[in-house]
Design a protein around this ligand. Structure first.
Ligand SMILES: [Zn+2]
Ligand SMILES: [Zn+2]
Length: 304
């Protein structure tokens, strides 16, 4: 915990956002294990209020996390999320939200509807990331879908897939976390005890190297495997099996903020069961330790 960081300095087109709440993500825990080399203030899931003078001053906002250059090959092709020169809030070349204030480009901001409280708005980024699966893969009511992993990401992806409507099962091994999904009307199964499902779509959300092999087991031939979790390390795969079964593998990262905010505004997702605890910024180390415990879901930091 640092007490001596200078106030954020804004570049052209940026404003200072006073952070009201930030959430610890699995990616933040992986950062500590060296998932990507990063030095700076972590934190990419947040809701805050714009302090800088101008049109946005005083507005409650959430922020997309990728800051694009606007000029490289990917930006010019309309893939700003994949900008070759990008910085990413709290993850790459840019201080994040586990601080009183953060500098954010105005183009990244989205106003939060009044109906959405801070403790829900803070989850806009991971809800958008879950929605990205629906942007990439067609999901229909008769599709057999499995989410592998009952943690933060699995809970969000499962809730979004259930909202879309499909024949969904979540595989996990934490009974209390599976119970939260059952309470939301989502079918679950203990992962180790589940025979191959032959699912049309499997979404890997375990955040662990073993998860990929487990997820692969449940994909039917010509089915699709979506990889959502980011973790440090590598995994062994059996490429021949993927070839023979003609499996489509889809990497999936950030998603659409407007659609996520609209879902939250409608109250379509009950996210309250995902909130494990709230800590002050001063107790940030304790918050990280809590977030790393097996029973924890979303741990929030309140700069206050
Ligand atoms: Zn995250
Ligand atoms: Zn670019």
């Amino acid at each position: 915990v640092r007490e001596d960081l200078p106030e954020p300095v804004t570049a052209a087109g940026e404003v200072v956002v006073r952070v009201r709440l930030a959430a610890i993500c699995g990616t933040d825990l992986e950062l500590l294990r060296g998932y990507v080399p990063f030095t700076g203030v972590p934190g990419h899931e947040m809701v805050g209020v714009v302090e800088s003078p101008g049109a946005w001053q005083g507005r409650r906002v959430v922020a997309e996390i990728t800051v694009a250059c606007g000029a490289c090959r990917e930006c010019l092709a309309g893939r700003r999320g994949h900008c070759l020169e990008r910085t990413v809030l709290g993850l790459r070349g840019r201080h994040g939200a586990f601080a009183e204030r953060a500098a954010v480009p105005v183009v990244n901001l989205h106003a939060v509807p009044d109906e959405v409280p801070d403790h829900t708005a803070v989850l806009t980024e991971p809800v958008a990331a879950a929605l990205e699966v629906l942007e990439q893969v067609r999901v229909e009511a008769n599709h057999l879908v499995a989410v592998v992993g009952d943690g933060r990401l699995g809970q969000l992806c499962a809730r979004v897939l259930a909202w879309r409507g499909c024949r969904l099962t979540v595989l996990g091994h934490h009974r209390a976390k599976l119970a939260l999904l059952e309470a939301a009307g989502i079918a679950t199964s203990i992962a180790e005890a589940t025979p191959p499902l032959g699912a049309d779509l499997v979404v890997e959300c375990t955040g662990s190297p073993d998860g990929l092999a487990m997820a692969r087991r449940h994909v039917r031939p010509r089915g699709t495997l979506v990889l959502k979790s980011t973790f440090a390390g590598t995994v062994e795969v059996d490429p021949a099996g993927l070839v023979v079964d003609e499996i489509t593998i889809v990497g999936s990262r950030c998603g659409p903020f407007p659609a996520a905010l609209e879902l939250l505004r409608q109250g379509s997702l009950d996210l309250a069961p995902l909130l494990t605890a709230r800590y002050s910024l001063r107790d940030g180390r304790e918050a990280f330790a809590r977030a790393a415990t097996p029973e924890a879901l979303k741990v929030l930091l309140e700069p206050g």
